[in-house]
Design a protein around this ligand. Structure first.
Ligand code: GDP
Length: 311
């Protein structure tokens, strides 16, 4: 199965939850009565560690032969490199903008980070059904925003769709047929590159821990994208700190992936997949979880206050 990892950036109320629910409904993965296990990363058990608030959520949908992992981004500035870590798991971003309100200043921070990381955004002008929607004005404002944030030519040449997430359609034309979200699925699949690391599957297992959470049954759980190799339940792996110090060696008690709104145990996680592992006692965010033979941690992502400031 092909794979795409994307993040959605949206201001509160611009319709992210509604759109993702519609994507799920229209996705092959969704079944009426599908048993959706509790969203592990959505529990109230969120931990604070090293001053980091753990907020990432992930939803996974299937379209044709492609699995699309959709990562949520915090809609505000952060002070622990969390946004970078989350964005480092994805190869594309969808900026969702209320067509009546236009882009909001609060989403600038995350958008700036996405652009700085070289991600090429897809813009969805949402809620065009609203009587006061001004999609073309919103589009101009997005262009100006990207341009002010230093977007390169490729990023400024972003594709855009008009949408009403609530009515379940997205289209390239404002007066298009308004049937379904296929145009969005298609654009994600065509515009967002497949994870480059997918061809590093034969190398030793390495993954950067991006978010930390606690599960009532599994205890400590860490989520991130596998950068190389594969990982299975029962594997003995280690955690290396950002400076390469061995934090612990542990047996992976479960490998889980996102399916729909929930998480499911999977047999094997492979390079490019976003997975959740359990079994560790001490390992934390920004550590590298890896095969015992690995000596170097993955390049550290900032855990200190970000250097890019957005006014
Ligand atoms: P979130 O905060 O970005 O997750 O936004 P929600 O998905 O919760 O939506 C916020 C509000 O906007 C809700 O009242 C939705 O019913 C409404 N909404 C979402 N999508 C649309 C849309 O396409 N058109 C209109 N008119 N309202 C929408």
């Amino acid at each position: 199965m092909d794979l795409r990892n994307i993040a959605i950036i949206a201001h509160v109320d611009h319709g992210k939850t509604t759109l993702v629910d519609e994507l799920l409904k229209q996705s092959g993965a969704f079944r009426e009565n599908q048993q959706v296990s509790e969203r592990a990363l959505d529990s109230n058990d969120l931990e604070r560690e090293r001053g980091i608030t753990i907020l990432a959520k992930c939803t996974s949908v299937e379209w044709k032969d492609t699995r699309i992992n959709i990562v949520d981004t915090p809609g505000h500035a952060d002070f622990g490199g969390e946004v970078e870590r989350i964005l480092s798991m994805v190869d594309g971003v969808v900026l969702l903008v209320d067509a009546a309100e236009g882009p909001m200043p609060q989403t600038k921070f995350v958008t700036a980070k996405a652009l700085a990381l070289g991600l090429r955004p897809i813009v969805v002008l949402n809620k065009v059904d609203k009587p006061d929607a001004e999609p073309d004005r919103a589009l101009d404002e997005v262009f100006d925003l990207f341009s002010n944030l230093g977007a390169d030519d490729d990023q400024l040449d972003f594709p855009h769709l008009y949408a009403s997430g609530r009515s379940g359609w997205a289209d390239e034309e404002i007066d298009g047929p308004r049937k379904n979200l296929d145009a969005l699925f298609r654009l994600i699949s065509n515009h967002v590159p497949r994870p480059r690391v997918m061809n590093r599957v034969d190398e030793p297992f390495r993954m950067l821990a991006t978010t930390l959470s606690a599960d009532p049954f599994l205890g400590r759980i860490l989520t991130g994208r596998i950068e190389s190799g594969t990982v299975k339940t029962g594997a003995t792996v280690q955690a290396l700190s950002r400076v390469g110090q061995k934090i612990e060696q542990f047996r992976v008690s479960k490998v889980m992936a996102f399916r729909g709104l929930g998480q499911q145990e999977i047999e094997e996680g492979r390079a490019g997949d976003i997975v959740t592992l359990s079994g560790m006692q001490k390992a934390t965010v920004a550590d590298t979880l890896c095969a015992l033979a690995v000596e170097e941690p993955l390049p550290a992502l900032p855990i200190d206050p970000p250097t890019i400031s957005v006014t």
